[in-house]
Design a protein around this ligand. Structure first.
Ligand code: F6R
Length: 612
């Protein structure tokens, strides 16, 4: 939530910061702003709307300067407006700040500052922080770095901040707690951003700022210290990210590109981890816990949104193959309950971004209570992989479309591998069965490729149902999480109200909604619940509902009943979610495009939900 980018060096800052903001726009896009330092002082441009609105607004203004910072916002405190856009300035307007996160005690601080004569120009929590820093600096007569450090001791909440000072235009100060920040190290220049995407074309050398660290950047030097004033030796790492991964590569939208990347991303996810001829799975990230896995009592999966749906698929697979009881919890609920957790529990936290605030809080709570925590994460170096004891990266590559697609199938792939790995450790699966399953899994990317070839047909179906106001998605067994994921994709990018249900639950309520206006999407592939799903389809047809069925290639039964059938290749039930999800992603995509929606940046959403 919110993207921040800063630069200090010898190049013009405006184009670097602006381009960086466009890359970070997936994190928030309701307003944007940039502050620049040049010989005539500090210039701040900020506008409600997308980064493009800011770019147009600043067209005729002075944009020179070799240090600057910018922000793209996802509103928490105060509506999206010019005045609530970042950067915000201090009372004397000498200091400016951009901020990602939430200052939870801002109301108390604001009241105290107001009583002491501070006047606020916005409704944000961020402005309170910069006023506080200014006040501490003035009272204590200390330098800005020290004032920031002391002020941060007084705030509760999460932050990644960058601060500029009119009186010291040759400095940028940054700090983080709970929100991500990466410093790019160049020759005579430094970059800072919420992730590495704004930095990659200038340098591959980065430092991931840790929680509770403050950085002071000049053109020549970098100083990092902890909030308790201890100076740190920075660890410079080399980025694996490639520039082409951040571009649309000829597709109209990132979402479509990412849907089409899935044969590749799943292959990358399995690379070096499966040995079909030997019937063996290797997961280096959790191998030091191999022994422990033999004796665990229970697995708790915590996640949010699409990642939670992947967790449900994981539950089916782990229980089926490793015979370990699994509970799947919404991180936001789990963290505020008083769950019973023991040292024999393993918690698996799933997160594409690795920054989701609720998932992080759930991890911290489970860790305090002695559980072993595994992470399944896509973004290397994010906060969640740092919090967990061990983990497995999904290697799906950067996911820029706000609606998760390739990250979901990569999460499901990792969970499939984990289920087989645990089964292998516990001896609940034979080698011959593993050889059979892994041989098929190895070919799933080709089956996904085949599923993608139904794109034209899916587009035709989309045309028929694009004007619906509601839609139901039904499935049984591991088709149920697929139905949930299909419904979430449709509602989040097309704004059509959609619900996912276990197909058999339909008659306990949702059946009342069915009439000739209601499209019902069934996961009706030929697996153990095929006959039962056919009965559910008949129930919908009897009430004149419009049936769209995802069926196994060559199906004849469902075709007799359904209005539209989309075929996918046959596969073992264990791998069904990996393939059946593909047509649902494409269906949502085409419907959203036909309805004129902003597919990559749906309203009100952000890619990284760093606030609870
Ligand atoms: C939906 C979507 C969200 C995320 C959720 C968790 O398409 O992307 O529901 O899955 O916000 O995010 P991560 O996986 O980053 O923790």
């Amino acid at each position: 939530m919110c993207g921040i980018v800063g630069y200090i060096g010898y190049r013009e800052a405006w184009p670097i910061v602006l381009k960086g903001l466009k890359r970070l726009e997936y994190r928030g896009y309701d307003s944007a702003g940039i502050a620049l330092m040049n010989n005539s002082g500090q210039h701040i441009y900020k506008k409600a709307g997308k980064v493009a609105v800011l770019e147009e607004f600043a067209e005729a203004h002075d944009k020179s300067g070799t240090s600057g910072m910018g922000h793209t916002r996802w509103a928490t405190h105060g509506v999206p407006s010019d005045r609530n856009s970042h950067p915000h300035t201090s009372n004397n307007e000498k200091l400016s700040i951009i901020h990602n996160g939430i200052i939870e005690n801002y109301a108390t601080l604001k009241e105290e500052l107001t009583n002491r004569g501070h006047e606020f120009k916005s409704d944000t929590d961020t402005e309170v922080l910069i006023h506080l820093i200014e006040e501490i600096q003035e009272i204590e007569q200390i330098d800005l770095l020290e004032a920031v450090r002391l002020a941060l001791h007084e705030v509760n909440g999460a932050y990644a901040i960058v601060i500029m000072d009119k009186e010291h235009p040759d400095r940028l100060i940054a700090a983080r707690k709970g929100s991500p920040m990466v410093i790019g190290v160049g020759n005579g220049e430094y970059f800072i951003a919420s992730d590495a995407t704004p930095i990659i074309e200038y340098t591959k050398n980065v430092i991931y700022l840790k929680d509770g660290e403050i950085a002071l950047m000049t053109r020549e030097d970098l100083l990092i210290k902890q909030l308790d004033n201890v100076i740190q030796t920075p660890l410079i790492q080399e980025l694996e990210l490639k520039l082409e991964m951040l571009e649309k590569g000829g597709f109209d939208h990132f979402m479509l590109k990412e849907i089409y990347e899935q044969p590749r991303s799943i292959k990358d996810c399995m690379r070096g981890r499966i040995y079909p001829e030997e019937g063996k799975v290797q997961l280096g990230g959790i191998k030091e816990f191999a022994e422990k896995l033999k004796n665990i009592d229970r697995i708790i999966i915590v996640a949010c949104g699409t990642s939670w749906h992947a967790g449900l698929v994981g539950e089916y697979l782990i229980e089926e193959y490793a015979r370990i009881p699994v509970e799947v919890e919404y991180a936001s609920e789990f963290r505020y309950r008083n769950p019973i957790i023991t040292e024999k529990d393993v918690v698996i936290a799933i997160s594409q971004s690795g920054e989701t605030a609720d998932t992080m809080a759930a991890i911290e709570m489970a860790k305090e209570r002695g559980a072993t925590i595994f992470g399944i994460c896509n973004v290397a170096g994010a906060s969640i992989p740092r919090l967990t004891h061990a983990g497995v990266y999904t290697h799906a590559g950067p996911e820029i479309g706000v609606a998760s697609t390739k990250a979901f199938t990569a999460q499901v792939t990792v969970l499939t591998l984990m289920a087989f790995y645990m089964a292998q450790q516990k001896g609940t699966i034979t080698t011959s069965k593993l050889i059979e399953l892994l041989t098929e899994l190895d070919h799933i990317p080709e089956k996904i490729q085949v599923a993608l070839e139904s794109n034209d047909l899916i587009k035709e179906v989309a045309e028929k149902i694009k004007d619906s106001t509601n839609c139901l998605f039904l499935g049984r067994g591991s088709g149920f999480p697929v139905a949930l994921e299909g419904a979430l994709k449709l509602k989040e990018i097309s704004y059509i109200h959609a619900e996912g249900y276990p197909a058999a639950e339909m008659k306990h309520g949702p059946i009342a909604l069915i009439d000739e206006e209601m499209p019902v999407v069934f996961i009706a592939t030929q697996n153990s619940s095929y006959e039962k799903v056919i009965s559910n389809i008949q129930e919908v047809k009897a009430r004149k509902g419009k049936v769209i069925a995802i069926v196994t290639q060559g199906d004849t039964e469902v075709k007799k009943m359904a209005d539209y059938c989309i075929e996918i290749p046959d596969a073992n039930e264990a791998f069904l979610p990996l393939i059946a999800t593909i047509p649902l992603q494409l269906l949502s995509y085409h419907i959203a495009v036909m309805r004129g929606c902003n597919v990559d940046q749906p309203r009100n959403l952000a890619k990284s939900v760093t606030v609870e």
